[in-house]
Structure formats: C-alpha cells, structure tokens
Write a protein that binds this ligand. Structure first.
Ligand code: COA
Ligand code: AMP
Length: 634
C-alpha cells in the first residue's frame, strides 16, 4: 500500500475509509455509518456507535490474552521510584478508582478536574473517568492557582483530583495550598477534592477533602459505562489569543478510531511494543500518546516523572530507552536542546545500549535544523518531525512510517496524514503555489478525533477556527508546501507563542502586565531563544508621570506572571519603551515588533539575556524606525 493511495482513499471516500478503520475497535454497538452532522452543523464521527474508551484500553486486552503484559511503566528518578502495572493490574486499579469516584457521586457526563504530577494516578484517574463516562479535564501541574480556577469555573467539575506535591528536579512544589486557593477563587463549588498524599510532602486534609487511599480502600470496582461515539471523553484547555483558555472537547468514538489508526499508520507501532512519549499528561501529547493511544493499541507505555537533564544527568532519556527496550520514542525538540547543551558530544549515550530504538518522533514546536541533524547523527535512527495541535488530538502531518516511510527533510513535518486535506491559503482564501508561505488550513470536514466544539461556547469555535477561510479549519500556523509535497510549518500567525514546547497566549500575559498600576500600555511578543525556541518579551509603556526603575518594574511583573500563569511561561524580561508601533486605527503591530526582534543578525540566535538584541529592539522603538520594516501580515 502506498501513502498516496491511502491518502487519496481517505480524501475520496472518507466514509468507507473511516468505517474500515473503525472495524479495528471493539464497539459495544457498531456504528451504522461514519459521518453525521450535529446541531451546530459540524461533522461528527460514529455518533450512533456505542463503546467505552477505558474498556478498549484495558479490559479488551485482558480478555484477548494481554493481561500479563506490562501496560504502564512508572519511572521517577526524582523520587527514585519505579513501578509496573500489567494490563490486568491497571484494569483492576482503574475499576476501583472509578468505583471510588462513583461513590462520590461522579457519573456519566459529570466533569472531573485532574491536577496531578506525572504519577501513575494521573493516567489511572483519566481512565477511571472514561470508565464512568465522566469527562476529565487535566490541568498541567505547572499552572498557577488562577489558571486552575479559570478552568474549574469553565468546566464546573463535581470533583477535583490532586496530589499534595509535584517535584521539579530536587524541589518539592506543594500543590495543596495552590488547589485550595484555586477552589476559593473559583465561583463554582466543587463537592469533593480527592487528595493523593505523597510521602515527599504530606499535607493535612480539610472538610471537602477525600484521601485517595481511603477512597480506594472503600471502593467497589465499577464496570465500564456505555457511551455514544459523540459523547465527550475529555476537555483539554489550551491557549488562545485572549486570556480565557479554550476548552477543546474530544469525543469518544472518533478519538478511539483515529488514535488506534495513528499508532499503526504514523508511528509504525506493533501491539506489544514499548512506546514512550516523554511529555506531561497535562498536554495533548500526554493525553494521546502517554495514555490513550498506546493502551488502545496494546503497547507498553512509560510515564516518566523527571526532566531530560539533571535527573540525575543528561543521560536519563538514554537510560530509560535502554532499560525498558523502547522501540518508538516521542518528545519535544526543546528536551534535546537541553540535553545537547549539557552533553554536546552525547558522551553519555556510551553508557547505554540503545539497540531497541528504531524511530524518534518530535513535535510540539519547530525542530531547528541543528537539533535535527544532531539527533540523526547521535541516534542513527529516523528522526521524524510531525505536526499537530491540542485541537486535532493527533498528527495532521507526518512521515507515515507504518504506511510508507519517506526520506525526511530537516525543518519539515513531511506530508498530510490521511484524513487531513491540508492547503496553503493566501489572505483572500486563494490557494498558494508550491513554495509560497501562507495560512495552513485544513479543508473540512476534519477527520475523526478532532475537536467538534469548544466547551460551552460553540460561537468561539466558529470564530476561532472556521471564519478566516470558510470551508476550512484555520490552524493558526503559517507555512508552505514545497514542490515535492513536503509541508514546512514556520510558526504561529496569531498571538500564541511556543515556549519550550508549551503553548502560551501573549494576550493573557498582556492582560497581566497591563494590570500593573504603572503600565499604560504593553505588548508581549515571542522572541527566539536558543534553548526554549521562543520566550516572551514584554514591551511596556509607562503612564505619564510614573517613574518606576525599570529593574523594579521587571521584577514585579515577572512575579505577577509567575503568580498568575506559572513559572513555565519563562516570562523574564520587560523592556520599558517610549512608544509602541501602531496602525492608524491604533492596533499594536506585534508582527512588526516580532520582525524587528527576529531580523537581528545574530548567529547562533541570541538568548533573552543578550544585551545586543534588547538594545536593538529598544533603539528601533526609540528611533521610531519601525516604519522601515515591512508590515505585511501584521
Ligand atoms: N510544575 C511546576 N513548575 C514547573 C513545571 C511543573 N509541572 N514545569 C515547569 N515548571 C517550572 C520549572 O521548574 C522552572 O521554574 P524556575 O523558573 O523556578 O526554575 C520553570 O517552570 C521553567 O520551566 P521549563 O521552561 O519547562 O524548563 P525546565 O528546565 O523545567 O524543563 C523541558 C525543560 C524541556 C524538560 C520542559 O520544558 C519540557 O518538558 N518541555 C516539553 C513540553 C511538552 O512536552 N510539550 C508537548 C509536546 S511533546
Ligand atoms: P499544542 O496545541 O500545545 O500542541 O501546540 C500546537 C502548536 O505547536 C502548533 O499550532 C504549532 O504552532 C506548534 N507545533 C506543534 N508541532 C509542531 C511541529 N512539528 N513543527 C512546528 N510547529 C509545531
């Protein structure tokens, strides 16, 4: 089978193509057809099928003889702990947690917010919700209380599940005070907070709290609950252009079919493989490729609690690959930039046998060619850059390793995945010729597994994704397709930035900066950073008559963003400027400022601490020289 024939079949006869893929799933009731249209006019997949996603991930494998295979490996250098769960053990644990949650009143359609570090209980909680037909919403453990509160108010959960702490390198980060603060900030009242006591930081429990261990001890295992293909499995909040995150909704049926398909077609996986995605369950990569896809496919997945460096050293990834015989590895390029900085010659690899490793997948941000080449030379396996978003839940473009492997090209995510009809559009919606950069859009309908709506706000779905180019899903990324059909993603065209593989909204940071009493106006832009890819830089215009030392203002604003968003935003620099470049109608020209920052002749790229780039931006602002920079696309 060739990639081209598979792609054309998915495009030409989507109904038959996806019904074929759906046949690989053990439905409780098979869907009569693949596509239907919901009340919002959105194409839904397998809406009349019936299933339970947790059952597909666990019970089915036990029934089919995989009960003794390891389903999940927990490896935590930060706590010096390792554990394994067979498919049978994981099923039983998930059933008990589901029973415990049911006893707290959680049922089909109820929301549960999960705020946990990278511990097995995170995956177990997600699967327990799925088992009950409840809708989980996992919040990344690096988010501050205010962010957690915003998500609680939007998702309106019955229960929050948290731990007493997370661990960052050797630092214990207490979670409980943060969760309590979020619960008191939120207007929505949560009935129970289930708390996992971690030995690194036990915490006293309050009236609303339920001890995880006690909940489990009293629990009666729960059976999987039948849901329809279009019932929501989870909500995952992601940054948009404003301060309010978007609740991306994922359904059960399309998600199970698409993820199952992706494991074979894109990743070239076989059931039984050890598949490792080094990400966090708080991000979409963690949802799809730490938890759901490897388990749907009968693989062994690894949940790693640590960092690529200093836990204990830059050889930690190589140790995990060799120790567990990882065949397919997936992580963000930023992780390798961190490793390369510490161990440029990759000397630490020498300590390990990496012969099991056959493929490396990278995503989450652009892979810079030096990192790409370093990886190829170091690991001597195909390095596959692939492109996707929280909204899609699985890759839109990749080298389809399970269908037909193609040569890779540095900087390219290769080809559209079957199901995604990717086009490059100009400002008027016209399709652009090969090699010309424009908006990367996907012709509707989107394939199974992609978002059908934004939680509680379908108008926002239309506004954010469907209006720019009618008939297409607007990805928010810019890029081009070369004459050989390779797709190159060049970066966001909106106010979203990507910091160390973390998606952040500059609009949200601007709201925080603008809230400071000394600041009249501000703009936050992403500028290049050698290690993190991008980092935020705030340009602030002070109110008339205000005379705050720039250093003091910077520390106050840095503290505010850490308090309100989290440290992972890497918000560290503020530049006081005499004016901000604007259009005649008063719109701030962020793209102009980005171009000023990006156009600096530095090689290798400057870091935020490089005084040259900061001075040049400041000079350009001061001299009003911004008019010399092209404003196209601003
Ligand atoms: N909880 C609390 N704090 C966190 C956190 C968490 N889960 N994650 C990060 N932070 C903190 C860090 O401790 C650091 O704090 P500091 O400023 O006080 O030192 C700060 O946020 C910056 O974090 P980060 O930029 O992430 O750097 P790092 O050195 O902690 O980690 C990477 C580097 C590369 C390991 C990490 O950024 C990463 O895993 N990125 C990939 C993300 C990803 O998986 N994306 C999905 C696509 S695959
Ligand atoms: P998230 O929703 O957090 O997964 O972030 C999605 C965004 O990350 C995309 O819109 C892109 O801007 C960026 N991204 C993800 N994968 C890639 C990739 N392989 N190459 C370039 N950018 C990427």
């Amino acid at each position: 089978m060739s990639y081209e024939s598979e792609f054309e079949r998915a495009r030409g006869d989507a109904e038959a193509f996806w019904m074929d893929q759906a046949a690989a799933i053990a439905w409780r009731k098979k869907p009569a057809g693949a596509q239907s249209t919901d009340d919002n006019g959105v194409t839904r997949w397998f809406a009349d099928g019936e299933l339970n996603t947790a059952e597909l991930c666990l019970d089915r494998h036990v029934d089919e003889g995989r009960g003794d295979q390891v389903a999940l490996i927990y490896d935590s250098p930060v706590t010096r702990t390792k554990a394994t769960f067979t498919y049978r053990e994981l099923r039983d644990e998930v059933a008990r947690v589901a029973g415990g949650l049911a006893a707290l009143g959680v049922g089909k359609g109820d929301r549960v917010v999960i705020y946990l570090p990278m511990v097995p209980e995170a995956a177990i909680s997600m699967l327990a919700c799925a088992r009950l037909g409840a809708i989980h919403s996992v919040v990344f453990g690096g988010f501050a209380a205010r962010e957690l509160a915003t998500r609680i108010d939007d998702a309106q959960p019955r229960v929050v599940i948290c731990a007493t702490c997370g661990i960052e390198f050797d630092r214990v980060i207490p979670y409980k005070p943060l969760v309590d603060e979020a619960l008191s900030m939120a207007s929505h009242t949560v009935e129970h907070c289930v708390v996992l006591q971690r030995p690194q930081h036990p915490a006293p429990l309050g009236d609303r709290d339920v001890d995880w261990g006690a909940m489990l001890a009293a629990a009666v295992p729960a059976e999987p609950v039948t849901v329809t293909g279009s019932d929501p499995l989870y909500i995952l909040y992601t940054s948009g252009t404003t301060g309010k995150p978007k609740g991306v909704v994922r359904d059960n049926g399309g998600h199970a079919v698409a993820l199952h398909y992706s494991m074979g077609a894109i990743y070239g996986a076989e059931p039984g493989d050890v598949y490792w995605a080094a990400s966090d369950v708080g991000w979409v990569v963690g949802h799809s490729y730490i938890v759901y896809a490897p388990l749907l496919y009968g693989c062994t997945t690894i949940l790693f609690e640590g960092k690529p460096v200093r836990t204990p050293d830059a050889g930690t990834f190589w140790r995990v690959i060799s120790e567990y015989g990882v065949r397919i590895f997936f992580t963000a390029p930023t992780a390798f930039r961190a490793i390369r900085k510490e161990d440029p010659q990759a000397n630490l690899i020498g300590d390990y046998d990496l012969s099991s490793l056959e493929m490396l997948f990278v995503a989450g941000e652009r892979t810079d060619p030096p990192t790409y080449h370093w990886l190829e030379e170091t690991l001597k396996v195909p390095v596959i850059d692939h492109w996707w978003q929280t909204e899609t839940g699985w890759p839109m473009a990749a080298n389809p390793m399970g269908i037909e492997a193609h040569p890779t090209k540095a900087g390219s995510a290769s080809f559209p995945v079957p199901g995604y009809d990717i086009r490059i559009l100009g400002p008027d919606g016209d399709e652009l010729p090969a090699g010309t950069e424009g908006d990367v859009a996907v012709r509707l309908p989107l394939p199974p597994g992609t978002l059908p709506t934004v939680w509680g706000d379908h108008a926002r779905y239309d506004r954010s994704y469907m209006q720019a180019h009618p008939g297409y899903y607007q990805t928010g990324d810019g890029g081009f397709i070369d004459k050989n059909g390779y797709l190159f993603i060049m970066g966001r065209t909106d106010d979203v930035i990507n910091v160390a593989g973390h998606r952040l909204s500059t609009g949200e940071m601007e709201e925080i900066v603008a809230g400071h009493p000394a600041v009249a106006e501000c703009a936050v832009i992403g500028i290049e950073d050698a290690e993190k890819g991008q980092i935020p830089l705030a340009l602030a215009l002070l109110k008339d008559g205000v005379n705050v030392p720039a250093e003091a203002l910077q520390s106050e604003l840095v503290a505010l963003v850490r308090r309100d968003i989290g440290a992972f935003a890497n918000f560290k620099r503020v530049l006081v400027v005499p004016r901000l470049p604007k259009t005649r109608s008063g719109k701030i020209l962020r793209q102009v400022m980005r171009k000023i920052a990006d156009a600096q002749p530095y090689d290798p790229p400057a870091t935020i601490d490089d005084p040259v780039i900061l001075d040049e931006i400041a000079d350009a602002m001061r001299s009003g020289n911004v008019g010399l920079i092209s404003t196209s696309g601003a």
